[in-house]
Design a protein around this ligand. Sequence first.
Ligand code: SF4
Length: 951
Amino acid sequence: MGHEPKIDLHAKVGDHVAKTTCYMCACRCGIDVHIRDGKVRYIEGNRDHPVNRGVLCGKGSAGIMQHYSPARLSAPMKRVGPRGSGRFEEISWDEALEIATGWLADVRRTDPKKLAFFTGRDQSQSLTGYWAMQFGTPNFAAHGGFCSVNMAAGGLYTFGGAFWEFGDPDWEHTRYFLLFGVAEDHASNPIKIGIGKLKGRGAKVVSVNPVRTGYNAVADEWVGIRPGTDGLFVGALIHELFRTRQVDLDYLARYTNAPWLVIDAPGAPDHGLFARDGDGNPMVWSTDAGAFASGMAGEAAPAMTGARVLPDGRRARPVFEMMAERYLADDYSPEAVAERCGVPADQTRRIAAELAHVAFREEIVLDRPWTDAWGRQHDRMIGRPVSMHAMRGISAHSNGFQTCRMIHVLQILLGTIDCPGGFRFKPPYPNTAPPPLRPHGRPDEVAPDTPLPGPHLGFPLGPEHLLLDGDGRPARIDKGFSWDAPMSAHGLMHMVINNAATRDPYGIDVLFMYMANMAWNSSMNVPGTLDALTATDENGDYLIPKIIYSDAYYSETVPFADLILPDTTYLERWDCISLLDRPISEPDHAADAIRHPVVTPDRDVRGFQEVLIDLGARLKLPGFVTEAGAPRYPGGYPDYIVNHERKPGVGPLAGWRGAEGDRTGVGAPNPGQLDRYIANGAFCTIPIAPDHAYYKHANRGYLDWAAEIGFRPTAAPTVFQLYCEPLQQFRLAAEGHGPHQPPDHARDRIIRHFDPLPFWYPPFEGEMVAEGAYPLHAITQRPMHMYHSWGSQNAWLRQITAENRLYIHRDLGARIGVADEDWVWLTSHLGRVKCQVRLMEGVNPDTVWTWNAIGKRRGAWGLSGDAPESARGFLLNHLISELLPEGGGGYRYSNSDPVTGQAAWFDLRVAIERAEPGSRTEPYFEPLGTAGRPAAPDRLAFGVEWRGRGA
Ligand code: SF4
């Protein structure tokens, strides 16, 4: 220590500090940006910020090099060479906006569905969705369909919330934490802080993941499961809870549909639906009254077992009894699942016993009186200190929706949702289960020069809510909300380019994308996607005629667009992290935030949201012009953030509303609102009263408050849906009931997979390819220091990882005769990748994996032609098909979950063999043209100008 330099930690490093919100990943931590001479000098965490409390990760501090990246675009451009050539001409913003307006106005005037508007990992979906709605196209979604819609939909249909942005473990009280399929970027700082608290308190952390990296490496116990079998493992845990009679019956009776009666009349059109009374309420059997009662009335002693004869003479059974039957079956015994999951039966049985022990024998009590939704007083809050968290490892499979539901069922059986020590909702969640939003975009809702009557995305309750034309064909270009993916609450962005190029279900005229690297790491089947982007018709015209793309950087997708609208960096623009969108709340408070320009762009670039509002006014979209046709938001995005009202008094930001800035949640626009946010560190928190902080789904005080402040549509409690009736509605249709009928090729698929009680089935790809030919699973993990493809162009983060390897189990290496750094071919039913290996122990023996999105194409991202990212980096995307192999009936479904359309990235099956040594990874892609941009600098230096001038 004696040789350590003495650093004055209090030295001023800039002229002033600007507080804003980080955007180096999706966590949205608060940051203090130290500005010197108008430039970014240093970034640190904001100690007052509710998300990170001052913690800053490596990505966050490296935001400096993201901001000064040589890959930044510098002016609008129009394509002058063939697509992919990278030949562009810089143009003025006037010309760029004129071109875009002309293209878009033509479409809107003639056939609005010919616009497909899809956005990537941006954080302004409430604005982009509203814009698309005003435009009138049915074809809008963000990237959720290829990210984690299984988690969102699985949670929202089950209990009105979901993991991550909608809820968190109770880090302060939990004693047993079960983590499924989570990589380090979803979420980052908040989970690290949380796990730190658990470790400090001695709580047990169990991770279920085929790979032991990141959070899994610091877990007390690692379950190295085979990919895609988590549902089977969870089913076995549930089996053990039922077998040992360790479920929270009181909790189930009070807060769930476990006692609701399900009609048991096979073949009837209402078989499997809830028995309902004359008012439409689901019925239960009251053991106190010896009579039927409403399931919504908070019946104190409903029967959980036993068939009943309904007033109409038919039979009905409680959900709980059906669940017990399902999960007590031998199929879910720990022994039966052990080999398939790669988890010994003893380990499964022990974990189930530990969960039950902590939940029921280590109960915690908070002395906080509260009142439930039915007016019953409770003098304390009882906690079952088991919590869980899951993300993409569960989501990115074709069985992800049902697996996610199964994890929630496990939580609910233990009584751990929104109790002390369990999983806690973050306001505005919980919503109703599912939320009361239905999708819009049916052909009769789409007309020239007319907005859609409602939002694009929602939660269908049955076939009547699908978006189909008169022949039952998909109304959306991505086939969302069709029989292919009926409950696709976030759309299927991964199918847009392929469908548009094959004109299935129809062709489009303009593809408009923001911040989605669809020509590279955001697409399955990269070579196929590049073909689709460049395919021409018999006249030599592109099958996707016009592509408008907005990005801040020269990504692999830029050269394939016709018109480039250059975005700013996150330190140069306004943004709104809204409660209408994806909030940054914590369980004890609601929160929203802004970004504001802390430095001025030195290039001819504009924030995308600014451009969208300008385009809205030029196109005269009703929501963006006054009645006289003038721009409604002449002050651009900040004007919109302050003055837009989704309904009277409800706008993008909840804080400091009302003319005086003294209203929260609901109130008139306040012209000084953004100043108040900036003065408060760019965020606002709305505290939840301590007696409202738990049981939010059934806490009278919380429900009333949340309805009043506009967080919930109603103050009625959220009843957890262990049995999901909308799934049965689709199943009944597939069995031939009702006016809305699926095509014949879809019937069996829907009958099998739309089971109202969660169950496990094998992921599709493994079942459809010759399993012996592709015996291994291949998945990616997210490096902790990168976020998607953004990080591997960042000069500081590249120094940590600039090339990737395929990680395989040491035993597998011995079997195929390879050692560290040897070359292998990895083959799937779609293609081949050549790369180098590293051997390790911490991986499921039947699984190989690599880091996500490290590989880059030459010519992109301002990297040099011999950058390691291109020479030694690679993507698994080249091996993943966007379509499943042809099944029965000759129809090719997308490689997605059959319920939600979630992209099944992690279903990939591969074979591996030793390869000759090489000098570069394959497949090889020709370098992209660089639009006349300067050659990549040999050396990137930051801060030289300040050297010798103090800090
Ligand atoms: S966790 Fe994400 S948002 Fe937070 S500092 Fe790191 S990169 Fe930024």
